[in-house]
Design a protein around this ligand. Structure first.
Ligand SMILES: *Cc1c(COP(=O)(O)O)cnc(C)c1O
Length: 378
């Protein structure tokens, strides 16, 4: 494909930092670059503690362990999300309960959550789709009144805010992804954000195979030993070094993506005004990070035609999630509470356009031109 859907970000400093790791023989977890990344996230978001992990999937699993999710517990989330959001809880024997999304943001409909709560409900997991925040005030209020945890799937939300607060810093837990498809990357990686000190000590132990090795390294105990169930959620410091090069340029990467987003928006506006397509909506409380630019076609068939048209012209667009409740595992481990009014219908007509750091205006304009052609818009 001449114009790809995603090109992983690269800033130029990555090699230098990785070389430093190799030369200093500091390549395992929790080295100097991991510390720098953690500190960057803590400063940026104001959370009590940030811990770099091997993925957002693993950060979500850590959240589930920390909350002591058990068989029979229920967790509420949207069906329109990545498998990891649900898997982390299913792995611990919980039942995942889906509620419908809002068609305007594709986020969980905050007004449907309360009805889905039962005595077994333990947590609400809002997913900030496309880096646009869920209605967090409402969600936090529901959680507080019912004594539930909130786990923010902020995989796509690094650098986004809701009423001035960083995504991932509002709920009890926040989960970031630094996968190569995300705005900032380390190949595979993520972070667990802890808003306050409640889970901080336990999280450090769980991430280090259930041991107090971190205390040992700080000289606070003279032997390290097994403290609790845990696993290996530390990324190599070489990956952390790659990420640090990108975090140092986070503003520049963000501005570059925002330029693309705004250009798509203004160039495609006339098609929306003619009723041919729909464009994304960002509530006024939300500052987003241009993680994604999507359009909505009339229906599945029209989208299929557009995908064929664009790929026929060497442009790679991407549809997105097949709702989890209709998947093979979903049928077994989940339940859709209430009516699926928008989840399936909206997911079938959403199409993501090429979006990445340093996408050129020429390439972007070509994508727009081909979309205009497909709709015979002159
Ligand atoms: C990318 C993504 C994940 C998974 O992130 P990994 O770091 O690959 O584990 C989870 N949830 C959402 C919404 C995502 O977009």
């Amino acid at each position: 494909m001449r114009i790809n859907f995603n090109v992983p970000p690269y800033t130029g400093k990555e090699f230098e930092y990785i070389k430093e790791c190799v030369e200093n023989q500091k390549i395992c977890g929790d080295g100097p670059y991991t510390a720098k990344d953690n500190e960057w996230i803590e400063k940026k978001t104001g959370v009590h503690k940030a811990l770099l992990t091997t993925s957002c999937t693993h950060a979500t699993e850590m959240s589930a362990i920390l909350m002591d999710i058990k068989e029979g517990d229920e967790v509420i989330m949207p069906s329109y999300t990545f498998v990891s959001t649900a898997n982390a809880f299913v792995l611990r024997g919980a039942k995942v309960v889906f509620v419908d999304i809002r068609p305007d943001t594709m986020n969980i409909d905050e007004n449907l959550i309360e009805k889905a709560i039962t005595p077994r409900t333990r947590a609400i997991v809002p997913v900030h789709y496309a880096g646009v925040a869920c209605e967090m005030d409402t969600i936090m209020d529901i959680a507080k009144r019912h004594g539930l945890y909130v786990v923010e799937d902020a995989a796509q939300g690094v650098m986004s805010t809701y009423k001035g607060k960083a995504l991932g810093s509002i709920g009890d837990f926040g989960n970031y992804s630094f996968h190569e498809t995300k705005n900032y990357s380390m190949g595979e990686g993520g972070a667990l954000l802890l808003r306050d000190e409640t889970f901080a000590d336990d999280a450090v132990i769980i991430r280090e195979k259930g041991t107090n090795r971190t205390l040992y390294k700080l000289g606070k105990v003279d032997k390290y030993s097994w403290i609790s169930p845990g696993s290996s959620y530390l990324p190599s410091d070489m990956n952390a070094a790659y990420l640090y090069a990108q975090l140092q340029m986070a503003d520049e990467i963000n501005e570059d993506r925002m330029d693309h987003y705004n250009r798509y928006m203004s160039e495609l506006k006339p098609l929306e005004e003619k009723g041919l397509i729909e464009l994304p909506y960002v509530p006024k409380e939300c500052v987003h990070n241009a993680h994604m630019f999507y359009i909505k076609c009339k229906d599945f068939e029209e989208r299929k035609g557009l995908i064929e048209y664009l790929t026929g012209h060497d442009i790679l667009p991407a549809s997105h999630y097949v709702p989890l409740h209709s998947s093979k595992a979903g049928l077994k481990y989940t339940e859709f509470f209430g009516e699926d009014r928008y989840t399936t219908k909206e997911s079938e007509r959403l199409l993501r356009l090429p979006m990445y750091y340093r996408l050129t205006n020429d390439d972007l304009d070509e994508v727009v031109m081909r979309i205009r052609e497909y709709y015979r818009f002159t």
